[in-house]
Design a protein around this ligand. Structure first.
Ligand code: NMX
Ligand code: MLT
Length: 451
């Protein structure tokens, strides 16, 4: 067994014993109460999932194995002393729990390079789809079609014992992560560069190789991609992507099935699609206002019009966070450090001044502050990746690091099938107030126009 897999096994099997002990000795202990409000607002705040890779604090933001983003930037190994940390290092940290050495990160790069071969039929599946299929549709279908390669599925069929499920899952997870950059770049070049594909360069790191296969070889873009892949890599277990992979994986579906399903969740406008929606929304605003340099006042009026229309302002708000997302701040600092002037970034910064007070006035919005998606598109756009319908695919490549590390943990812990219970609405009504009337019909409002 190669040493990273062995280190994972040693660490995770200790936690697995603890998981089994807790299950055996404390299954009847009460750990939380739930309110009807939590049920009716998307199960917010109910502690229901075991996820060890990262934890989200509403005020402070994400910590990966206890480390904040600034701490990761200081401690994780880098390619160049003044550059950004390598995503390989973060994957190692999430999988094993220790900060890796530079050599560990580089061994992961090399391991993934040897696993990166994508079978031809996966490209054939992509090529069979119409060019107007959304990049996320192609990405999810391509991942699903790669399930032919699943080591886990073969091991299961061969009758391998439960206690070894983690082993073949680990192999699938490493193979899948290694292949995602090639899939993503293939879709990008197919849709936006006339099907002129670029072969991987096994000497490059994982993020650098993705940039390379997309057609970008400058050190600036490699640095951006390393940063991007690190900050998007995980957001504890309850986000739609992570939860979907965990749920599907709990049926012992193979990691390809689980991650393809997760990508269908990431493609939603309230989740990862927001990163492309922000740029689309900014262009729509510039067109409506007929200016590339709107004033604060104009932006304010436009935002109020959007809210009046019953639409959302993408990139703002969060299901858990109550403050500016530290991933937004990390990108803002990146822009301040490396980018002198950019009209879209100026608008993104302007929105940060204008939008929160407006959203606060609405009252019902829990968090008026920006999330990760409010910034990321503007950086990609600045560096020439202007095809924003592709942006969610990049989010999806990165998120595999945390979600698939968790799936490997799930299999070593022996986490059972997830199966909460449901009731008809009437049952919930009976629990709190049997006399409440459920409205039967309502008047839809008419859509207006911005003047
Ligand atoms: N613009 C307009 N309305 C909003 C916004 C926003 N940015 N954020 C929340 N609301 C509304 C929300 O639709 C809900 O309305 P209603 O009661 O009529 O259904 C109300 O405010 C209360 O929502 P919250 O409890 O504050 O937020 P919730 O947890 O339901 O949703 C988001 C969280 C992130 C889905 C929501 O803030 C949103 O839609 N934001 C814009 C989309 C976005 O940026 N998503 C990306 C999130 C990060 N990611 O990468 O996944
Ligand atoms: C994420 O990164 O997954 C988003 O911020 C959404 C979430 O955490 O729910």
């Amino acid at each position: 067994m190669e040493y990273i897999k062995y280190r994972f096994f040693k660490k995770a099997s200790k936690c697995s014993k603890e998981y089994q002990r807790l299950k055996k000795e404390h299954s009847n202990d009460v750990i939380a109460e739930i309110t009807l409000g939590q049920v009716l607002t998307g199960m917010k705040g109910i502690p229901l999932l075991v996820t060890d890779t990262s934890k989200l604090d509403p005020e402070e933001g994400i910590r990966f194995k206890g480390y904040t983003i600034p701490e990761l930037q200081e401690k994780l190994p880098r390619m160049n002393p003044e550059g950004e940390p390598l995503p390989e290092g973060l994957f190692y940290l999430m999988l094993i729990g220790d900060i890796p050495s530079r050599e560990d990160a580089s061994n992961l790069s090399k391991d993934w390079a040897t696993r990166a071969h994508v079978p031809q039929h996966v490209f054939d599946v992509i090529d069979a789809m119409p060019k107007n299929s959304k990049p996320m549709t192609q990405f999810s279908a391509a991942i699903l079609s790669m399930a032919t390669e699943s080591v886990f599925q073969k091991a299961y069929r061969a009758g391998v014992s439960k206690q070894f499920f983690w082993d073949s899952t680990y192999e699938d997870v490493m193979n899948l992560i290694a292949r995602l950059p090639h899939l993503a770049a293939y879709i990008y070049r197919r849709n936006f560069h006339n099907d002129e594909h670029i072969e991987p360069n096994p000497k490059l790191d994982w993020a650098g190789n993705l940039a390379h296969m997309m057609g970008f070889d400058s050190e600036d873009i490699r640095r951006l991609f390393r940063m991007y892949m690190v900050i998007h890599a995980d957001h504890e277990g309850g986000n739609v992507t992570a939860h979907t992979a965990h749920l599907v994986g709990s049926a012992l579906s193979n990691p390809y099935y689980a991650y393809a399903a997760a990508m269908a969740g990431l493609a939603g406008p309230l989740h990862g699609f927001a990163n492309q929606d922000v740029i689309h929304w900014i262009f729509e605003m510039m067109e409506t206002l007929d200016t590339e340099t709107p004033t604060d006042k104009q932006i304010e009026e436009y935002c109020k019009y959007i809210l009046d229309e019953g639409r959302i302002i993408p990139g703002y708000g969060h299901a858990v966070l109550m403050k500016t997302d530290p991933r937004f701040t990390a990108q803002q600092e990146f822009a301040e450090k490396y980018i002198k002037e950019d009209p879209i970034i100026n608008i993104v910064n302007q929105l940060y001044r204008v939008v929160p007070p407006i959203l606060s006035e609405v009252g019902k919005i829990k968090n008026p502050w920006p999330n990760v998606d409010a910034y990321s598109g503007s950086l990609l756009y600045h560096y020439g990746i202007k095809e924003y319908s592709f942006y969610t695919v990049l989010f999806g490549v990165s998120r595999a690091l945390g979600v698939l590390a968790s799936l490997t943990n799930d299999r070593i812990y022996g986490i059972p099938i997830e199966r909460p219970t449901s009731h008809p609405l009437e049952w919930f009504k009976q629990q709190v107030d049997p006399d409440i009337e459920i409205p039967q019909d309502f008047e839809p409002r008419q859509s207006g126009r911005f003047l």
